[in-house]
Design a protein around this ligand. Structure first.
Ligand code: TXA
Ligand code: MG
Length: 334
């Protein structure tokens, strides 16, 4: 662990500068949450719409109490079960949290990350740290420090590099301000995990007439540069459909990227296949997804034909959610 970089990062945060740092989910772009001017720089650096609120990162309960107004018992139980970890809880905010952090909402998302560098940085800074994923808005979240440098370059004052993140998908976000918890974004703390602790958890609806509960959900996200078509169905049928479409597109001189799994990759050697690892290993696929989407950009493919994740149980739900967003709803059922 790079103690000098952490100490420098903590100093920068106190000075109102931006520091990119590793967490167990993805790299974050941090600023002192008390400093509205510093937080404004996050929105500028990312090109992030001002109505999309940030997650505030803490590494002790005393700091949490300065940020949230009160903690309902069910939220307390989730903290005890999953913190530090990949779970963000939406709670009523204290007045002193600047409006820019929460995009004017009276709630704030809070998370205690499970990463020694993130925890040391937040503790040494002695402030809560507002941090979205450290990508340009709309790009895949960074799972390597190099992704942060490629997207944000000069806009960030320091990037603390701790190699590849462990999980690779952003935290689970749960709204705890109502009578029943609402899952706003699936992640590595699964709906099954949550239910064991707090009972039924509802899923945020995508119905257009409903108010948007989590502003981030309405934006196209995680997208590679080429259009991505997500194929859903029986594995062998999906592979056949990908092969058929790839041949058709290649005959039109399109460079075809294929997102697939180790078991099937050899079938696509005439094209540009990238693998998410073993078909039945969701943790592997989660860790590789964003890196592979970025590779397709480097490989300059014209179109991507992606094989959907076979199961929406456990981590599969989060994976499929990100794949669907990367597809921008270009879904192909076969
Ligand atoms: O794993 C993660 O959560 C990473 C690391 C750095 O901690 N952070 C991250 O932040 O993914 P970001 O900004 O990329 O995503 C935050 C999501 C957005 O969808 C946002 O709309 C939602 O959380 N959110 C934040 N505050 C909220 C609030 N008060 N109410 C509802 N949704 C909120
Ligand atoms: Mg993000």
């Amino acid at each position: 662990m790079n103690q000098r970089q952490i100490a420098l990062g903590a100093e920068y945060l106190r000075q109102g500068r931006l520091v990119a740092f590793p967490t167990e989910t993805v790299y974050g772009l941090g600023a002192n949450a008390w400093d509205a001017a510093a937080v404004r720089q996050i929105f500028a650096a990312k090109g992030r719409p001002a109505d999309n609120p940030l997650i505030v990162h803490i590494a002790d309960y005393a700091t949490l109490d300065q940020v949230v107004d009160h903690i309902p018992p069910a939220a307390c139980a989730l903290m005890q079960a999953f913190w530090p970890g990949p779970l963000s809880l939406v709670l009523p905010k204290k007045k002193q949290v600047p409006a820019i952090v929460t995009a004017g909402l009276d709630t704030v998302a809070v998370r205690w990350p499970n990463h020694p560098v993130a925890e040391a940085l937040i503790r040494q800074a002695q402030v809560p740290v507002a941090a979205p994923s450290a990508n340009r808005s709309g790009r895949p979240s960074p799972t390597l420090a190099q992704h942060v440098a490629a997207d944000l370059g000069e806009a960030v004052d320091l990037i603390i590099d701790a190699g590849m993140v462990a999980i690779g998908l952003e935290s689970t976000v749960v709204d705890m301000t109502g009578s029943e918890p609402i899952l706003l974004r699936p992640g590595a703390v699964t709906i099954e995990d949550l239910t064991k602790i707090v009972g039924p958890v509802s899923r945020a609806g995508y119905a257009p007439e409903q108010p948007v509960r989590s502003p981030g959900m309405k934006y196209a996200h995680y997208a590679p540069q080429a259009p991505l078509y997500l194929y859903l169905g029986e594995p062998s049928t999906v592979v056949q459909a990908q092969l058929g479409k790839a041949a058709e597109l290649a005959s039109q001189n399109q460079r075809v990227g294929i997102l697939t799994y180790d078991q099937f990759a050899a079938k696509f050697s005439a094209y540009t296949p990238l693998s998410l690892g073993q078909y039945d290993e969701p943790a592997q696929a989660a860790q590789k997804l964003y890196q592979q989407l970025r590779r397709f950009d480097e490989l300059n493919v014209d179109v991507i034909l992606a094989h959907g994740y076979p199961s929406e149980a456990g981590l599969g739900l989060a994976l499929q959610n990100r794949l669907i967003k990367a597809a921008g709803f270009r879904l192909v059922w076969v």
